[in-house]
Write a protein that binds this ligand. Sequence first.
Ligand SMILES: NC(=O)c1ccc[n+]([C@@H]2O[C@H](COP(=O)([O-])OP(=O)(O)OC[C@H]3O[C@@H](n4cnc5c(N)ncnc54)[C@H](O)[C@@H]3O)[C@@H](O)[C@H]2O)c1
Length: 346
Amino acid sequence: MKITQAAIIGCGAIHRLHAEAIQQNSSIHLRAIVEANADSGLILAGRYGCSYYADYRELLQDQELDVVHICTPHDLHKEMIIATLAAGKHVFTEKPVALNCGEIKQIKAALAQSDARLGVCYQNRLNTSSQAIKSLLESGQLGKMLGIKALLTWSRTPDYYQQSGWRGRLSREGGSLLINQAIHTLDLMQWFAGGVSAVKGVTESTFLADATEGEDTAVANMMMTNGARGIFYATNGYTTDSPLLLEIHCEQGLLQLNDNNLWLIKEGEKQLLASDTLPVKKQKCYWGSSHQLAINQFYHAVQTPADTPVAANQYVDIHQAEKSLCLVEAIYRSSQLRRWIMLKEE
Ligand SMILES: NC(=O)c1ccc[n+]([C@@H]2O[C@H](COP(=O)([O-])OP(=O)(O)OC[C@H]3O[C@@H](n4cnc5c(N)ncnc54)[C@H](O)[C@@H]3O)[C@@H](O)[C@H]2O)c1
């Protein structure tokens, strides 16, 4: 099999998980990196044994390159995705795919002109617990979903924003807690319930008001497409990064994700269904441990001959990624207008 040639643009905190996943997959070769900070870029290129570029537009002229990973600040995603697709290369981008839904339209237009694929990193869909929830819900064994709730209480310090050139700045991050951290939880909620029809939410600046221009806390009540009620609370203002608490109330039982363990509570009995493996110590636990799975899944699609249909659920594409970003945008809008916002069905 031909070795797929990969590059990473943006070599900050998250890029390491992309680099490790590429290096651990024998069908991929890390050919180049692009990093605005030349000092760290050159050191990293030496460590990976790959080429270094200061400007991603030069990288895109490399005829041998197949796939580009985008791990840059949010405001650079759209421009980099569109340029990479125009150069005929596949893109695997970190979330959020763009700053807002208007930018997604432009990306969709670029995709329509290209044969390349675009995958978006929502790695938590591949956690053992998420996969178990999804297949149990799809099997119908638990009957109708009545309610879904999530509680995300994480901790970000003022330094986390102040030491970054883009976090905490609305024009660069596109928001704060919702678009950066809680988007993973909103993505899971909408994925499990098959979408969201309407949302009423409130976003607020509280403990981190001096550190980020965006919200540090948000609540949202949602009408899910399957008729269930969605209840969501998230904050970056807690004192530690607690594991996500997620509960799904179905006619025939209650699913509870608590402390990374998935329980089924049915007729008074509590049964352990799945446990998520925690990342190795050097990796932040709240990122989850499924980056490698998401990256391998995307490469599997890329390496499949173009005339072989790839199942829609094989990676998170633009249509899937659009849902959680438009939900985030709807919560911001609802908070501004103080009313329910209806979400469009595709
Ligand atoms: N999936 C997850 O769980 C997860 C976790 C963390 C971050 N992320 C996402 O990853 C992306 C990056 O986040 P991060 O925490 O690594 O940020 P970061 O600030 O640590 O790293 C970004 C890097 O991009 C570089 N950069 C900026 N402009 C550039 C340019 N024009 N060309 C090349 N390099 C450039 C910066 O110098 C920096 O090294 C964001 O979209 C973020 O939301 C996802």
